[in-house]
Design a protein around this ligand. Structure first.
Ligand code: NAD
Length: 501
């Protein structure tokens, strides 16, 4: 659709006419919770309840796992002709695209993201994930090994079985799509547990899978709180793997739950404290500033790879700070997420707003200098807004430089050259992403080699496509999304030795 159609009125009218799907989706049908319990999902722009959603626990998880196992064992998906499975996933990705407006509203209402970010970022990213992984299905290969003449030895690559996917609220649709792509492409059955802050889009996703020709029971959705539905899924003895994106704290719990139950595989994509390094030799400061600003304030700073530690060479520090302030003012307008001119919406919940504001207090107490921001949005007192905020005079020992704030709070740390910058950048428990801006090719490659991060950008930030891996070093976790490597996380290998003698 022509972008000019997307007016504030267009989105408000469409949002007003939506009906929400609020139950669990199990074995191809909607079901409530056994005990009828629900939880509210709240619009963070207004503080109003959008809908009451079924609150699942052990019983609902068990029901979904049984349906998923039955579908898996039947072979209806796991042994479907590869090109048949491809056709379903390809159609599924197309249906996400043709339902873009509804998805955009659902996630925007639920977690406060500007609706146009959904149209421009989340939907294309989700469509591409399903499309990319659909294209891999008939290219997944085992191997025949060179061995003794009296035997034939081959290696089969097979699906795991029932996979539990536990996803966060910051990109509700896209995080689900990143995981569903490889999990479904490899023939597994899935139980998806969306975040309780953003449950609304997952059911539409599951419905569209059926519309695309996906068999019932292959993609199930159970809603509920992390410590109830999420925990029950992670402790379930008939779940073969948990694919997780979320906080490091919960990622660690999932590994414990695995040990306490059936040693299911656990892949984790967790937190970050991404450094953006700008060296003194870089001659296009305005471009670096634009990327730095977008890198921390995009999606309200609620991004795993938010470039929250900006390490700037002392020789250009003051100039950089001035330009950074000016660019932020130009680029980021707080407002109603359904207004297409809004570029920064409310944070996901009032309690998260409180947490982010408390970090701003911590920054002040630690002696950093608050250059701008730090407030809320006076015209929307019930909304969970936090202004884009910048601290300068930060050192890497401060809590605002070490802990993941997950909001629009940038810290600028002065550095003395590349070596100093790399040492500071690596002084973190996290290792998701990192960027460097320099014209010095040796410094760029040395940085790429020595930085402890899974994703590295040189003279850009947040660039990539489906062939680039997504995952981190250290306590960001062991998972790898996107890319072909993701396929190996949803399959297992089997050695078959045939005696020819
Ligand atoms: P979270 O860890 O609080 O929740 C994530 C999911 O885990 C939710 O579905 C939640 O219900 C569930 N959960 C919570 N407690 C659980 C428990 N005890 N057992 C099982 N499941 C449980 O994270 P969040 O606040 O939703 O998301 C923000 C975090 O996600 C940040 O740390 C961010 O860095 C991370 N994240 C990482 C990536 C990445 O690719 N590395 C991408 C997006 C977000």
């Amino acid at each position: 659709m022509d972008a000019s159609t997307y007016t504030h009125d267009f989105w408000r009218t469409k949002a007003g006419s939506l009906e929400f799907r609020t139950q669990h989706f199990i074995d191809g049908a909607y079901v409530g919770s056994v005990d009828g319990r629900t939880f509210p999902t709240i619009n963070p722009a207004t503080g109003e309840t959008i809908a009451d959603v079924a609150r699942g626990g052990e019983a609902e998880i068990d029901r979904a796992v049984i349906a998923a196992r039955k579908a898996f064992k039947s072979g209806v998906w796991s042994r479907m002709d590869p090109r048949g499975r491809m056709a379903v996933l390809e159609k599924f990705s197309g249906l996400i695209a043709s339902n873009a407006e509804e998805f955009a509203i659902l996630d925007s209402l639920d977690m406060g993201k500007p609706v146009m970010d959904m149209i421009n970022i989340d939907i294309p990213g989700s469509v591409m994930s399903l499309k990319f992984f659909s294209e891999t299905i008939d290219k997944i290969e085992g191997a025949v090994t060179a061995t003794t003449a009296s035997a034939l030895h081959y290696i089969l690559r097979q699906p795991l079985g029932v996979v539990g996917l536990i996803v966060p609220w910051n990109y509700p649709l896209m995080m689900a799509a990143w995981k569903l792509g490889p999990a479904l492409a490899t023939g597994n059955s899935v139980v998806l547990k969306p975040a309780e802050q953003s449950p609304l889009s997952a059911n539409l996703l599951a419905e569209l899978f059926i519309e695309a020709g996906g068999p019932p029971g292959v993609l199930n959705v159970v809603h509920g709180l992390g410590e109830e539905a999420g925990k029950a899924l992670a402790l379930h003895n008939d779940v073969d793997k948990i694919g997780f994106t979320g906080s490091t704290e919960v990622g660690k719990l999932l590994m414990i739950y695995s040990g306490q139950s059936n040693m299911k595989r656990v892949s984790t994509e967790c937190g970050g404290k991404t450094p953006q390094i700008i060296l003194g030799d870089f001659d296009d400061l305005d471009t670096a500033v634009t990327y730095a600003v977008n890198g921390i304030y995009g999606n309200q700073g609620e991004v795993c790879n938010a470039g929250s530690r900006i390490l700037v060479d002392r020789s250009i520090h003051d100039d950089f700070v001035e330009r950074f302030a000016a660019r932020t003012k130009q680029s980021f307008v707080l407002g109603d997420p359904l207004d297409p001119s809004t570029t920064i919406g409310p944070l996901v919940t009032a309690s998260h707003q409180k947490r982010v504001l408390s970090y701003i207090d911590i920054g002040r107490q630690e002696g950093a200098s608050l250059r701008f921001g730090g407030g809320t949005l006076a015209s929307a007192p019930s909304g969970a807004y936090v202004e884009p905020t910048l601290f300068t005079g930060v050192n890497n020992n401060m809590r605002i430089a070490r802990e993941e704030i997950f909001g629009p709070v940038a810290t600028i740390i002065p550095v003395d050259g590349a070596e100093d910058a790399i040492a500071i950048a690596n002084d973190s428990i996290y290792g998701l992403a990192a960027s460097i801006w320099t014209r010095d090719i040796s410094k760029a490659h040395t940085f790429a080699r020595d930085i402890e991060a899974g994703v590295v950008w040189v003279n850009c930030f947040d660039h990539g496509d489906m062939t680039s891996i997504w995952g981190g070093y250290k306590q960001t976790g062991n998972g790898r999304d996107k890319c072909l490597e993701a396929l190996s996380q949803y399959t297992q290998t089997k050695s078959v030795w045939v005696n020819l003698g």
